[in-house]
Design a protein around this ligand. Structure first.
Ligand SMILES: Cc1cc2nc3c(=O)[nH]c(=O)nc-3n(C[C@H](O)[C@H](O)[C@H](O)COP(=O)(O)OP(=O)(O)OC[C@H]3O[C@@H](n4cnc5c(N)ncnc54)[C@H](O)[C@@H]3O)c2cc1C
Length: 393
């Protein structure tokens, strides 16, 4: 495994999460998928064991153990249940605005409750007409005395209805394009704000995905994050840091599917021997395992960069690379796992069917993988590698 050995503390926490995932979360995964109900018991499990604290500094009651370990926790949980892994990833996504752009008073007001899991968070950027092109958003925020009045709607918001705190982006200057967007912390009980509906989905069925409606919603001016007009930059900085959470979810799915397919292939026999001994199946297993390990290298490198204090373009590129490769690996590997199980892979009794459905969204949300490729290429075009050509005729 890359980056081993982890420190003793990191290993201890990883093993705790791994045990919880196997013993307490894995037995619930199929039920969560079938019931389409948000798993509050898993939230309670995280609260009891302080797992939300992995994402916060000690001054807010968090563990202060860093980004690498937080990503490993999402990976471990997602090996058995991607919906449960997403609960951790979105707690981070919905908190990053406060962490990166909040003032001391805002951090005091919100972060301790998020670190304990008393509050759940959400991130609301996407609208019906603006997904990849997020600057085309139409939700507005108009300053009136001590409040901003928000009008508009947001689409496809994870944790809609279960979150207590939403990071919401809206235009304070609709004529100014990117520079007219501002970011707000919006409490779930804000007058004029409601969840209009929830969407049925292909996978991650226990996670809520909903439409938010703002109808003259009154958000205190004290809930503006940063300055007016800084919202787009804040949204992008958040995504640089949060996308690896989705990469970790994808890697967990891929490794979980590989592990399951391996065990199945050792016991399922055709033509007088276990299918694992047929070379075509053995090759599939080898390729699946290798893809997981390569994906893990990119993901853990990102965690290490953050923990070493890197920021800026290095993070943007490393984040997009981890998201792209881990989630493409998730889709490919889970599809291969279904193939290894043959007809049984297509049947709900076996978890790889769920894993393949869950994997698809990882290539889409927090920026599609087409957008990740654009981001990586854009960063490459800024780099000067002309020296590599020196002396080449
Ligand atoms: C289950 C679920 C949960 C979600 N959770 C959240 C959330 O919590 N918060 C939030 O804000 N959003 C969330 N989203 C929204 C998600 O991030 C967007 O759906 C995604 O970014 C794509 O936007 P879109 O759906 O509008 O697709 P579009 O932007 O319309 O893209 C359609 C297709 O065109 C491609 N495309 C678009 N532009 C380009 C381009 N310039 N070059 C090449 N290809 C391009 C895309 O890659 C895609 O294949 C969620 C979505 C889902 C389905």
């Amino acid at each position: 495994m890359p980056l081993e050995p982890l420190t003793d503390e990191q290993r201890e926490i990883r093993d705790l999460v791994r045990d919880l995932a196997r013993e307490r979360i894995a037995p619930r995964a199929a039920e969560i998928d079938e019931s389409h109900e948000f798993p509050w018991d898993i939230v309670e499990l995280y609260r009891e064991h302080g797992l939300f604290g992995l994402f916060y500094a000690e001054e807010y009651g968090g563990l202060g153990t860093g980004t690498l370990l937080a990503l490993i926790a999402i990976e471990e949980v997602s090996k058995v249940c991607a919906t449960s892994g997403l609960i951790l990833a979105v707690q981070e996504l919905g908190s990053l605005g406060l962490k990166l752009a909040g003032n001391d008073e805002q951090k005091e007001r919100y972060l301790s409750k998020l670190a304990s899991g008393e509050s759940l968070a959400a991130y609301a950027l996407t609208e019906a007409g603006s997904g990849s092109d997020s600057a085309a958003m139409r939700t507005t925020a108009r300053r009136e005395g001590d409040v901003y009045v928000l009008n508009g709607s947001k689409r496809f918001i994870t944790n809609a209805e279960v979150a207590h705190v939403y990071t919401v982006f809206a235009k304070t200057d609709p004529e100014a394009g990117h520079a007219g967007i501002s970011a707000f912390v919006v409490d779930a009980d804000t007058p004029g704000f409601e969840v209009a509906r929830l969407e049925p989905k292909m996978g991650i069925s226990g996670s809520t995905t909903g439409e938010l409606a703002f109808d003259d919603a009154q958000v205190p001016a004290a809930n503006l994050l940063g300055e007016e007009g800084e919202g787009f930059k804040i949204a992008m900085r958040i995504l640089d840091r949060s996308r690896p959470g989705i990469a970790a979810q994808g890697l967990g799915l891929a490794q979980g599917a590989t592990d399951y397919a391996l065990e199945y292939a050792k016991t399922r026999e055709t033509m007088g021997k276990p299918i694992a001994e047929h070379q075509l199946i053995a090759a599939k297993l080898a390729d699946m395992e290798t893809a997981c390990e390569a994906a893990r290298g990119l993901l853990y490198r990102f965690g290490q960069l953050v923990d070493e204090g890197f920021d800026g373009p290095e993070l943007t590129k490393a984040s997009a690379q981890a998201k792209l490769f881990c989630t493409d690996t998730a889709m490919w590997v889970t599809t291969e796992a279904v193939q290894v199980l043959g007809g049984y892979g297509y049947i709900k009794e076996y978890p790889v069917e769920r894993m393949m459905r869950d994997a698809k969204i990882t290539q889409i949300y927090e920026g599609t993988n087409e957008i990740q490729r654009l981001v990586i290429a854009r960063e490459m075009l800024k780099e000067n590698r002309a020296f590599l050509l020196a002396g080449v005729a």
